[in-house]
Design a protein around this ligand. Structure first.
Ligand code: FE2
Length: 296
């Protein structure tokens, strides 16, 4: 019995998604599923050697470390530190498990628990209900938004980073814990997706990365709205919708999981930063699991 039919999303919700560029669905996943994913992420951190690689993730292009560790993470499971995890001497300022910004970018294809969370009838039904013809799961990220040091995510749209022709990326942002203004919830610009792409992030052909400026119209400073949600909710984001989040200065983490989905038939440029040379793209249906038929 499917928990949601493909018509789980009403025509009013589809209309509001097209108008606003985002949609909130409460209770798309159970609290138990959220807890299981948090445990799976904790297990990845437990196996991670913080001294082996210290790669810092930031969305500020001035300081983005476009290192090989990041650029080759599209088909792997890797951990990225918070920008402010280290002191001036390069020592971690708090426990390693409280110093990681995110895990990325292919857990949904490489980790059975992430695969289970990412491929469900509810997610498949949602994506088909939104009108995607043949959605494939391109990228996964587990975002910790750590207490006190959880960094801001500057306003951006996801199409900039996951470019397809035509634009097709949809973001699914799952709240694994309550997200509030206090702990750094998402903010988005309603209707902002109707502006075309402003820039494109790509490989520069020289081992680094670059932004192509497409439209220098600045993002407005005002009009962003907070999206406060409880654990189990999903925020669906149009790929062209400007969104971001403030730093988390509170004592509470704000863990979230994101899946970025594209149309299989859309052209995916070879100079997109994220490449998956060894992983075929798979859909959101449980039957598309890479673990189907393999021993438990
Ligand atoms: Fe994003």
């Amino acid at each position: 019995m499917l928990p949601y039919a493909s018509s789980m999303i009403s025509s009013e919700q589809v209309e509001s998604f097209r108008r606003d560029g985002f949609l909130v669905l409460a209770d798309l996943v159970s609290v138990t599923a959220c807890d299981e994913l948090r445990a799976a992420a904790a297990a990845i951190l437990e196996d991670f050697d913080p001294d082996a690689v210290r790669s810092i993730f930031t969305t500020d292009e001035q300081t983005r470390h476009a290192d090989e560790y990041f650029l080759t993470s599209g088909d792997k499971v890797r951990c990225f530190f918070e920008e402010h995890a280290f002191d001036d001497e390069g020592a971690l300022q708090q426990d390693p498990a409280l110093s990681i910004n995110k895990i990325g970018h292919a857990m949904h294809d490489l980790d059975p628990a992430f695969d289970r969370f990412s491929r469900t009838p509810a997610i498949a039904g949602l994506l088909h209900g939104l009108g995607l013809a043949d959605p494939v799961l391109l990228q996964s990220m587990y975002i910790f938004k750590q207490p006190r040091i959880g960094g801001a995510v500057t306003p951006h749209d996801d199409h900039t980073f996951l470019w397809t022709e035509p634009a097709s990326v949809i973001g699914l942002w799952f709240a694994l814990e309550a997200a509030t203004i206090d702990n750094g919830c998402l903010w988005a610009l309603p209707g902002g997706h109707q502006h075309g792409p402003r820039r494109r992030f790509r490989r520069d052909g020289d081992g680094g990365i670059a932004f192509d400026e497409i439209d220098d119209t600045p993002l407005p400073d005002e009009g962003f709205v907070p999206i406060e949600v409880d654990a189990g909710a999903v925020v669906v984001l149009d790929g062209l919708l400007p969104h971001g989040s403030a730093p988390n200065r509170s004592a509470h983490s704000r863990q979230a999981y994101t899946l970025h989905v594209v149309e299989r038939d859309a052209h995916y440029p070879v100079d997109n930063w994220l490449q998956r040379p060894d992983l075929p793209l798979r859909g959101p249906d449980p039957a598309d699991s890479p673990f189907v038929g393999s021993p438990a």
